[in-house]
Design a protein around this ligand. Structure first.
Ligand SMILES: C[S@@+](CC[C@H](N)C(=O)[O-])C[C@H]1O[C@@H](n2cnc3c(N)ncnc32)[C@H](O)[C@@H]1O
Length: 344
């Protein structure tokens, strides 16, 4: 409640705020932001489960991909990999556990904005990692991000009779409310992306995600991002409730203005608003291209041989088979997009 009052006081002083400003505060406010205080990925204790949190299989495939990139660069002695939005470091733990050939050269930086999650990095294994809040100064061979782009602050635009207008957060009768501003010429490019949108249709405007891709592409040789994403036209067809997501305690909640700071606010990333990717796959296809079927086959064999023993190896094998299903589920994680950009 205190945070809601803080937001209302700010609106009373400065007028309605851009939706991106509201999201920024709701997720990352120093005292009340969802990610600053409690929000985190994870199983029973988390608010949502990411591919990295499903189990170690995802990281094992990413580790194989890293090996491929390392080899394609001629096996450099120092292989700089940066993961942005690293959360509590689960992907790195899995890569360490998979022990890829490149591990001896690995110089891995976890960039995480939330101090409460960064604390968890202190217990990460090996000495191959560093942890920080800012992107490293040195050029990286690889930058990776799992479910970061959807968590960067975004605006909402609404189709109005004379173009597109930004949606702001205002106060009506002591309650936070979305309000549509005047048409804004700078948003006219949206008509090219969603030409069939009727008046009243809303789409996300992903300026921060676009800037992020531009920045890392200029500072790395490869960029790999996993996220839920679709074209702006597809998101326009779904309208706001179909692409604006809020999560709390694994439940998909609805109104983003309710209990700010208590829930995650995210969106399906409008991919055609980002610099065009050099490669784009569904997550299921990407995992299949990079060794998932071989790993699942090996797990099946182990399970067949050891199920009657019921030891740790047998349990890990059984778990990997279940993880593969979840990671490639066409109605869930398998439908995420994997976007790869080559550095510029
Ligand atoms: C949905 S979580 C994903 C966490 C992790 N990658 C995973 O897959 O489990 C998004 C994370 O990105 C972090 N984040 C958001 N903006 C960031 C930024 N500009 N720099 C670094 N981390 C950021 C958030 O604090 C949050 O931990």
């Amino acid at each position: 409640m205190r945070f809601e009052h803080q937001v209302m006081a700010e609106i009373a002083e400065h007028g309605p705020m851009r939706f991106s400003q509201f999201v920024e505060a709701a997720l990352y406010d120093a005292d009340f932001g969802f990610y600053t205080t409690s929000g985190r990925a994870g199983g029973r204790q988390g608010d949502f489960v990411t591919s990295a949190e499903v189990g170690p299989l995802f990281a094992a495939v990413v580790a194989d991909w890293l090996d491929g990139v390392w080899r394609s660069f001629g096996e450099p002695d120092v292989f700089r990999v940066c993961e942005v939005g690293a959360g509590v470091g689960t992907l790195f733990r899995g890569i360490n556990r998979a022990s890829p050939a490149c591990f001896s050269a690995l110089n891995y930086t976890l960039v995480e904005r939330s101090a409460s999650m960064q604390v968890a990095h202190q217990s990460l294994p090996s000495e191959a990692w560093k942890s920080g809040t800012a992107f490293p100064e040195q050029r990286q061979h690889v930058v990776m991000a799992n479910e970061l782009l959807d968590n960067l602050s975004f605006d909402i635009a609404e189709r109005v009779t004379n173009g597109w207008a930004l949606v702001h957060v205002g106060v009506v009768g002591e309650k936070l409310r979305l309000q549509v501003g005047p048409a804004d010429l700078e948003l006219n490019y949206l008509s090219g992306l969603a030409p069939d949108a009727d008046c009243g249709t809303r789409v996300p405007v992903a300026l921060q995600a676009c800037e992020w891709v531009e920045h890392v592409r200029a500072n790395a040789d490869r960029v790999l991002a996993f996220d839920y994403a679709a074209s702006t036209a597809e998101l326009a067809r779904r309208d706001q409730a179909g692409w604006l997501r809020t999560y709390f305690g694994h439940q998909r909640a609805s109104n983003p203005l309710v209990d700010p700071g208590q829930r995650d606010i995210t969106h399906d990333v409008p991919i055609d608003q980002l610099p065009p990717a050099d490669e784009q796959h569904l997550q299921a296809d990407w995992l299949n291209l990079h060794g998932l079927p071989e790993r699942v086959e090996a797990a099946r064999q182990t399970w067949t041989e050891r199920a009657h023993i019921g030891d740790l190896q047998a349990m890990a094998a059984r778990s990997a088979i279940g993880e593969a299903k979840a990671l490639t589920d066409p109605t869930g994680l398998g439908a995420f997009l994997v976007l790869e950009w080559r550095g510029v």
